[in-house]
Design a protein around this ligand. Structure first.
Ligand code: PFF
Length: 450
């Protein structure tokens, strides 16, 4: 245990918290899931709600998690045990661990695809193909269930390897260079996309809201997407917060991460929708929206081969820094609460995820046996974890902070015991205590009434 402790601290002192938290936040959620959700929920109207969610709820919830983590110096379950001994609050932590497990299981499916697409890029396999062919090949790939499982396994192994080896410092350092590169590539793709013929319609879809489209489902989806994209509600940022130095500024960390994450998501939207409308990919195409539109876009670009390859490599790395954070929640819990050796904790968590994750991958085959009520298990895992468990976790976290943990300790933590200024602390605390719980509850109830 003592040794464990040392390891966590050492890792923390060298890790840039912004890089780690942004690494967790920026991932497939921004580039793959965000366009799917925008497309399925009416475009600009969804985007507006989403932006409100990340600004008014994302920042306060993120700050709450960081405060809880740094104050307790513990994993997501241990944090509540320490800060609220002999209460039921640790349930929030257990829920987070369960949710992390579920998310890792289906997230690793799509992460695996990035590896398949790297291979496809290297072999130049999209070149000269039309949309119908690319779409057919995407479906055919899903139908090769075990190939999906193989890539998924490789991805889980890679994640485990990084966490196992404890070379996070390395990966986070690379991520610091590579994520800005992802930004540059997205800007280049965005420029190409909005200059395609017919791109205007895509821009209108993304930016011209039709308020009649805001339904309970849209609200819940935007809430879920906001939490998912920012890695909130399941203890990633509690766990990472416990690695943060006492001298770091938590408020500015939360702001930086939310801004970076939102910029990347918006850029992804700007790349996908103009191109999708131009090529005739339907906005409701879900997974195909990204995996079919992008290869078409690369085909329209000078140097498309390189753009394609670099893009999928960066996407895989973005996914990896997110899966690392998911695994870290599980490993921190297993090693600190159940006293497994860190290495064994990694093996157990990866093996468990592989088992559950295989169902997610195999459920996307056309003739899958793994569907419930006609919906693939993949979708159910996503829906339950992102749209239900994360917001519920988030609301419990802000209630804990606002009503149990309290103002004094919150102010002490965000001002580093009075050594730095945190001018927004009162407003943010007000949101945490009153606004966030009410807002999340309203969204939830409106979704249920629908
Ligand atoms: N935020 C990540 C993304 O947008 O890709 C996914 C994620 C990571 C969700 C960690 C939740 C989480 F705890």
């Amino acid at each position: 245990m003592a040794e464990e402790k040392k390891k966590r601290d050492g890792f923390g002192s060298k890790l840039g918290i912004i890089a780690a938290a942004a690494g967790s936040a920026i991932g497939l959620g921004n580039i793959y899931r965000f366009p799917c959700e925008v497309g399925n929920n009416g475009g600009a109207a969804f985007l507006l709600v989403y932006l409100a969610v990340v600004i008014f709820l994302g920042i306060p919830v993120m700050l709450s998690e960081l405060v809880i983590g740094r104050r307790s110096q513990s994993n997501s379950v241990g944090a509540f045990k320490k800060l609220a001994p002999k209460t039921a609050w640790p349930i929030v932590g257990y829920m987070g661990v369960l949710c992390g497990f579920l998310i890792f299981a289906f997230y690793s499916t799509v992460s695996g695809w990035t590896l398949e697409y790297i291979v496809k890029s290297v072999t130049n396999s999209f070149q000269g193909k039309d949309l119908a062919t690319i779409e057919k090949e995407f479906t055919a790939f899903h139908d090769m269930g075990w190939r999906n499982v193989m890539w998924q396994g490789i991805f889980i192994f890679l994640t485990g390897f990084v966490v196992f080896k404890g070379v996070k410092n390395g990966i986070e350092k690379y991520a610091k260079i590579l994520m800005p590169l992802l930004l540059v590539i997205l800007i280049a793709l965005g420029i190409r996309s909005i200059t395609l013929p017919g791109a205007k319609e895509g821009l209108a879809f993304l930016f011209k809201p039709d308020f009649s489209k805001i339904t309970g489902k849209v609200l819940i989806s935007a809430l879920g997407q906001g939490f998912f994209s920012l890695s909130l509600g399941m203890g990633v940022l509690i766990t990472y917060g416990s690695y943060v130095k006492k001298s770091d500024n938590l408020t500015s960390t939360a702001f930086s991460v939310v801004i970076a994450d939102t910029v990347i998501a918006l850029l992804a939207g700007l790349v996908i929708f103009p191109a999708a409308f131009s090529f005739g990919v339907k906005p409701e195409a879900g997974m195909g929206l990204v995996f079919n539109t992008l290869p078409m876009l690369f085909n329209q670009m000078a140097g498309g081969f390189w753009f394609c390859l670099i893009f999928f490599v960066l996407l895989a790395i973005a996914a990896l820094t997110s899966t690392i954070s998911l695994l870290e929640v599980l490993v921190a819990y297993l090693s600190e609460e159940l006293h497994l050796k860190r290495q064994w904790a990694t093996v157990v968590a990866c093996a468990g995820t592989m088992l559950l994750g295989a169902f997610a991958s195999l459920s996307l085959m056309s003739d899958t046996p793994f569907a419930i009520g006609g919906r693939p298990v993949f979708d159910l895992m996503d829906f339950i974890s992102s749209n239900i468990l994360l917001p519920v976790g988030g609301v419990l976290i802000v209630i804990f902070l606002g009503w149990y943990f309290g103002k004094q300790k919150f102010f002490a933590e965000v001002t580093n015991e009075g050594t730095i200024k945190a001018p927004l602390k009162k407003v943010i605390f007000f949101i945490i205590r009153y606004l966030a719980p009410v807002a999340i509850a309203i969204v939830f109830i409106s979704g249920l009434i629908k």
